[in-house]
Design a protein around this ligand. Structure first.
Ligand code: 5GP
Length: 514
């Protein structure tokens, strides 16, 4: 049956008037709440206030507007059940066939830095989710719209089906409602549980299906992607993304966001194989990154923090690469890379990613999940001059190199060691069970690459527990060291540095990555 009566109550009034106009043209009677009714009335359309429809006034500053049997009964009664129909008639409850509701902006409200608990609580919508749920439960007969992007689809169907919608669309919209209300409730749960107890006493998460991935770590492991990953990373070309591609993309994006200067990084299995910088030319930056390790980048991920240039595209296209990530691609670069059909080009939407990055890190564990704040910025780099612990202060060049190396080491799996100059990595040792082994690997990698460590700096993601690790670095040619400090043997480590005349800073923060 054609839609005859609609209830509209929206906080976000995008597209509202147009949609209301179209509904009116179909002969639909419009019911609405305070601000929404005013907007519809201002557009010259007839609209009935819910309060006059129900005979109950809007109460308590709008806390009670639509919570009334005439509203919920109108939504919930079964249209094919004679008892329901009779009860509706006896109680003067006409059917409401369409609900258009979007909710008080709770998520936006709590995202504001100076939000108060009172403001957050006032932005918990009660009547809106209730109507959405009533309508969605009765989707067999009721159409429910909570996303203004769906207005047009409803109108299209009404045009095609004599003022009605199809069951298929109603079902889809109902699922969308329950997803939205569970996300909304999840945001409230997470906010209030933290606000009330100072710690998240419970954690809720509901994400929409995005797509099936090719497979997980291995082909025999199925894998599915949920959420809005594609809002942050738009795939421009290439083979479908896999689970491991997504892990690599996250690691690459996280790394590149720690650098403001034009930077190129090459990653493999979420670890950087090389990072290079150059203020003038991305290709130079690439060269510095690539020289760190010319073998590992095969099948790796390349990330840049400037639009990818034609020059760089030319050189990259000579190497087998799995994924390239950039904030943009020059058209000439696109043209060159397009020839590589399988190569995945990813345009990083920096604004969307900046928001997504605020979300905590979530990992599964047996029986539940672990939630952790993200390791946002390289800590301990402020007033680094005051963090010198050795007799010899670092030179300006060493200082720059240490800042660079510290930012890189934060993105290397623990135990992590990075040898670097101010604009390039020289040797990276990742993921070893012993810090000394990571250091050995870093030295060996630099040797393999034909790079000298004389005058380099060493960065360690966590403290050197003994002097031996530092002594090995000194022997390899390092003249400065950046590390958190905090070992009970710090004095020994500092003495070893002073004896060799090298310079060392303690950041007082570690950057483990497990
Ligand atoms: P309006 O701008 O029309 O005054 O308010 C629209 C908003 O009110 C919508 O976000 C809708 O979800 C919400 N709303 C509708 N009915 C009620 C109710 O009874 N209680 C509360 N707290 N919110 C409601």
């Amino acid at each position: 049956m054609a839609i005859q009566r609609a209830l509209l109550s929206v906080s976000d009034k995008t597209g509202l008037v147009d949609f209301a106009k179209q509904l009116h043209d179909f002969g639909v009677e419009l019911l609405s709440t305070g601000g929404t009714a005013a907007a519809i009335r201002d557009a010259g359309l007839p609209v009935i206030d819910v309060s006059s429809y129900t005979g109950a006034p809007e109460l308590f500053e709008g806390r009670v507007k639509t919570l009334h049997p005439k509203v919920h009964g109108g939504l919930l009664h079964k249209r094919d059940n004679s008892e329901h129909i009779a009860q509706a008639k006896d109680n003067d409850i006409p059917p409401i066939d369409l609900v258009v509701v979007n909710l008080y902006p709770f998520e936006e409200t709590i995202a504001k830095p100076d939000v108060t608990l009172e403001q957050a609580i006032e932005n918990i919508d009660i009547g809106g989710p209730s109507m959405l749920r009533s309508a969605a439960k009765n989707y067999k007969s009721v159409t429910v719209v909570t996303d203004s992007a769906d207005y047009e689809r409803v109108v299209e169907e009404m045009k095609e089906h004599e003022g009605d919608t199809t069951l298929k669309l109603r079902e889809e919209l109902a699922v969308k409602v329950f997803l939205r209300t569970s996300q909304y409730d999840g945001a409230i749960t997470n906010y209030l549980s933290q606000a009330a107890e100072g710690t998240r006493s419970s954690f809720s998460i509901t994400l929409p299906f995005e797509r099936e991935l090719r497979y997980g770590d291995n082909p025999h492991q199925a894998s599915t992607l949920y959420g809005d990953f594609s809002d942050c990373f738009v795939q421009l070309q290439g083979k479908e993304l896999s689970y491991t591609n997504i892990l690599d993309i996250e690691a690459a994006a996280d790394l590149i966001c720690d650098f403001a200067r034009p930077t190129v990084a090459i990653l493999k299995h979420t670890n950087p194989c090389g990072v290079g910088q150059d203020d003038e030319c991305l290709r130079e930056a690439w060269q510095r990154a690539f020289e760190t390790d010319t073998q590992a980048p095969f099948g790796g991920v390349i990330v840049v923090n400037r639009p990818l240039t034609e020059k760089l595209a030319k050189i990259i296209s000579t190497i087998f690469t799995d994924v390239i990530i950039a904030p943009d691609f020059e058209p000439e670069a696109r043209a060159i890379l397009q020839k590589k059909k399988n190569l995945r080009l990813i345009k990083m939407n920096e604004d969307a990613y900046a928001i997504a990055k605020k979300a905590p890190v979530i990992r599964s564990c047996p029986g539940g999940l672990m939630v952790m704040d993200r390791d946002h910025t390289a800590l301990g780099l402020d007033n680094l001059e005051e963090r010198v612990v050795t007799k010899r202060p670092p030179t300006e060049e060493e200082m720059r190199a240490m800042r660079f190396a510290w930012r890189v080491v934060k993105h290397v799996k623990s135990n992590a060691i990075v040898y670097a100059k101010s604009d390039r990595t020289l040797g990276i040792g990742a993921g070893q069970m012993s810090r000394v082994d990571s250091s050995r690997i870093a030295v060996w990698k630099a040797e393999e690459a034909g790079l000298s460590l004389n005058g380099s700096v060493i960065a360690s993601d966590a403290m050197f527990p003994f002097a031996d690790g530092l002594q090995a670095a000194i022997a390899a040619g390092a003249t400065a060291c950046i590390q958190p400090g905090g070992s009970i043997r710090d004095e020994e480590v500092i003495a070893a540095a002073d004896e060799a005349g090298i310079s060392m800073v303690f950041t007082s923060h570690r950057h483990f990555r497990h």
